[in-house]
Design a protein around this ligand. Structure first.
Ligand code: SF4
Ligand code: FE
Length: 482
């Protein structure tokens, strides 16, 4: 079939019958829902950009599996250049959406499963790699968007999966049949799953022998009757219903998270990629995290470009752009943003080839990248708030601009410098508002903190790769310590 057009993608999701709930209501039509559609628009953007000749080099790739052009979001990275183009594409798309565009998990999950299934088969003579490759060929051929379910609810975090009072607090196998398994549980924080054709699940952490039922990775269609999606209710999402376009800041694009429940979902054998090999659970999730931590070095700088641009624009609109302290803040924001980009590029450039043949991101640099991502966007938002001033939180609404009683007052008293209209000034401020504290802040801030693992997880990995004894040897040699 080749690359899907955005219309084909929209209709393919519309045709799926799923159990989706938002604010207590079952949503039959997710595609046209005002709160859900901005999230889908991000995915649509990834389909549209892949059709644009000027973006073809970054947005598409030649698949070694089906020998056709595929969307890079569902590509297996077979060269170091692929790793570079991955982050370049991510920055590009972030600059267009100004938020998390959600589709990266297909390539990050796909690449981690590609190498891990190969290694499990080498050790145990299983057929997971063949299962994965056959399934992923269809993902590429049909240009599917696959989301990833990783984070289990975890219940009592001081206890392991097998010790939980309720075993469903970690996704696990509840029944084994000759033709497959039945799974129960849930995955949390599922970005954009409502817009996905399928989901692949993987364990959330390392597992010990005895936890075989929890060592499960598999692909499941999103319209499986046993799957229920309960959409998040986040800060400012109802503005998309109650407010007008100007009040949204970024009216076109948005994000959606959800709780995804698996209630006795049957998975046939050919869709299983890990089933009981506990020692590979941690390896699999670690690889996914490494790819995704590198991804943040592409997407967040792209999103940061939009925020820096909005602040620069606003400073011109209000006549502060020549002030030394404003120039300094814009430079500081750029420095922070480009440092994230440097980490993204470096962790791709230091990548290496896996036994399966695909390329892996450098884990130390990916963790450094993500740890910076847990900090720098907050600092960039701090500076943005300083540049924006108090109007960031005291702007009246579009409806007040349209009211004949109040509109003239607002146009007069909120006007900018050099004839800049009050509306344009407010639009720049609304964009800054949504990215720093509104619905867009879920993607730019909270996700920067916790997505692909919280800072503590990155520090564990940094400690693991720190090679302190190697560094000690350097010191001992120079200090002439025998
Ligand atoms: Fe992609 Fe970034 Fe969103 Fe992750 S946070 S899905 S890397 S845009
Ligand atoms: Fe994410």
């Amino acid at each position: 079939m080749g690359l899907m057009t955005s219309e084909q993608y929209i209709e393919s999701i519309r045709a799926m019958k799923r159990n989706v709930y938002f604010m207590g209501q079952k949503i039959e039509n997710t595609v046209d829902h005002p709160v859900l559609r901005p999230s889908m628009n991000c995915i649509i953007e990834t389909y549209e950009m892949a059709q644009m000749p000027e973006f073809e080099d970054l947005m598409t790739a030649e698949s070694h599996l089906i020998h056709e052009k595929v969307n890079r979001f569902s590509h297996i990275d077979m060269t170091k250049e692929d790793l570079m183009k991955k982050v370049q594409m991510q920055r590009l798309v972030g600059r267009r959406t100004g938020m998390c565009y959600q589709r990266c998990v297909t390539m990050d999950g796909g690449n981690s499963l590609y190498s891990t299934t190969y290694e499990i088969d080498q050790k145990y003579g299983t057929h997971y790699h063949e299962n994965f490759v056959n399934w992923f060929k269809r993902v590429q051929k049909e240009d599917l968007y696959v989301c990833v379910g990783i984070t289990d609810p975890k219940g009592d975090r001081s206890k392991s999966p097998v010790d939980q009072a309720d075993p469903d607090l970690f996704l696990h196998v509840v029944e084994r049949r000759p033709d497959g398994v039945v799974i129960n549980g849930a995955k949390l924080h599922l970005t954009s799953c409502v817009n996905a054709h399928e989901i692949f699940v993987m364990p959330t952490m390392s597992l010990k022998p005895g936890a075989e039922d929890y060592a499960i990775s598999a692909a499941i269609p999103m319209d499986d009757p046993g799957i229920t999606l309960i959409i998040d209710h986040n800060s400012c999402d109802l503005r998309k219903i109650h407010s007008k376009e100007m009040d949204l800041g970024n009216a076109k694009y948005g994000g959606i998270e959800a709780v995804c429940v698996f209630d006795h979902v049957f998975v046939p054998n050919e869709r299983i990629f890990l089933n009981g090999e506990t020692e590979f659970a941690g390896i699999l999730v670690d690889r996914f995290a490494t790819y995704h931590r590198n991804s943040y070095g592409g997407c967040k700088p792209g999103t940061g470009d939009v925020l820096i641009g909005a602040c620069s624009l606003l400073s011109e609109y209000i006549g502060t752009n020549k002030a030394a302290h404003i120039k300094d803040k814009l430079v500081e924001m750029t420095h922070l943003n480009e440092t994230l980009w440097a980490c993204g590029v470096a962790s791709s450039a230091a990548g290496y080839q896996m036994p399966a043949g695909n390329w892996m991101i450098d884990p130390m640099l990916a963790n450094i990248c993500k740890l910076n991502v847990t900090r720098f966007p907050y600092e960039i938002c701090h500076l943005a708030e300083e540049i924006a001033g108090g109007l960031l939180v005291t702007m009246p609404s579009q409806a007040d601009f349209e009211n004949p009683e109040t509109g003239p007052y607002l146009r007069k008293f909120l006007q900018g410098a050099n004839g800049v209209s009050a509306e344009d000034k407010v639009r720049a401020l609304r964009l800054i508002e949504t990215m720093t504290r509104g619905a867009g802040a879920v993607g730019y801030l909270t996700e920067s903190m916790h997505g692909a693992g919280s800072p503590a997880a990155q520090k564990i990995n940094i400690a693991r790769y720190a090679d302190l004894s190697g560094k000690q040897e350097c010191a001992k040699r120079l200090a002439n310590i025998k």
